[in-house]
Design a protein around this ligand. Structure first.
Ligand SMILES: O=C(O)C(=O)C[C@H](O)[C@@H](O)CO
Length: 257
């Protein structure tokens, strides 16, 4: 059996923009519905959503054979959590809160077997189709995509060093945390933030890496794509449920007490 090829990583290498969707409802059923809409990628969030390891496994299984590439965001840049996600068969990772070159390197090393890194070697695991992919350990690194999240002033100051880290495939801007870090808590749409994000996208591209962002407002998403962002999440499922249920409810009379 052949190792699963990482279409998402290959597309980014060719600079083909990838349109994504963020899911934090923690449901394999919803992940499957989103994948059938043929987004290029889906973000399964363990940082800010009620997803444990078994939950993201079921979501991975629901989307695995479809066009949509699964990307998992672990709750933290932690080699132990990354090891477990790798063993499940995740190949693309969005690592939160990476502040400098050292932390970016830590993330990359967690995804590589020795001598390149410190990933633990499992016997039978889903990633190697339970041992049926005979050359898995030799080929795994070529199919791993490491995206690091830059979301503080300190990380912005170290942006070029982070982007230059070998094995980092892309740099993702987290608008909400970045806004909080630079004094605009709760105001990621402030014009100063837009300018900061534009500049970050420009710097990531100049460093030769692809830039990504979460932009659930379509006009923002188009702007960041026009400015050179290569992987953009254009929606969040929970927000969409909130919005559409509110719109539907508003079409009917309010309940009387
Ligand atoms: O800082 C950000 O913005 C992010 O990292 C995304 C958030 O975690 C969240 O808005 C996703 O629902």
């Amino acid at each position: 059996m052949e190792i699963r090829r990482n279409r998402f990583k290959r597309a980014l290498e060719k600079r083909i923009p990838q349109i994504g969707m963020w899911t934090n409802l923690g449901s394999d059923f919803i992940a499957e519905i989103i994948a059938d809409a043929e987004f290029d990628w889906i973000l399964l969030d363990m940082e800010h959503a009620p997803n444990e390891i078994g939950d993201v496994l079921r979501q991975l299984q629901a989307v695995d054979c479809r066009h949509t590439a699964p990307i998992v965001r672990p709750p933290w840049n932690d080699p132990v959590i990354l090891k477990r996600l790798l063993d499940l068969g995740f190949q693309s990772f969005l690592i939160p809160f990476v502040q400098n070159h050292h932390e970016a390197e830590l993330a990359v090393k967690a995804t590589r077997y020795p001598p390149l890194g410190n990933r633990g070697v499992a016997g039978s695991m889903r990633a190697s189709r339970f041992g049926r992919v005979k050359n898995y350990t030799q080929e795994a690194a070529d199919e791993i995509c490491v995206l690091v999240q830059v979301e503080t002033r300190e990380a912005l100051d170290n942006l070029e060093d982070i982007a230059a880290t070998e094995g980092v495939d892309g740099v993702f801007i987290g608008p909400s945390d970045l806004a909080a870090s630079v004094g605009y808590l709760g105001r990621p749409d402030h014009p100063d933030m837009k300018a900061l994000i534009s500049e970050a996208i420009r710097r990531i591209n100049s460093a030769g890496k692809v830039a990504g962002i979460l932009a659930p407002i379509p006009s923002d998403a188009h702007r960041w794509l026009d400015e050179g962002a290569m992987f953009v999440s254009v929606g969040v499922d929970a927000n969409m449920v909130v919005r559409s249920t509110a719109e539907l409810r508003a079409q009917f009379p309010a309940s009387s007490a």
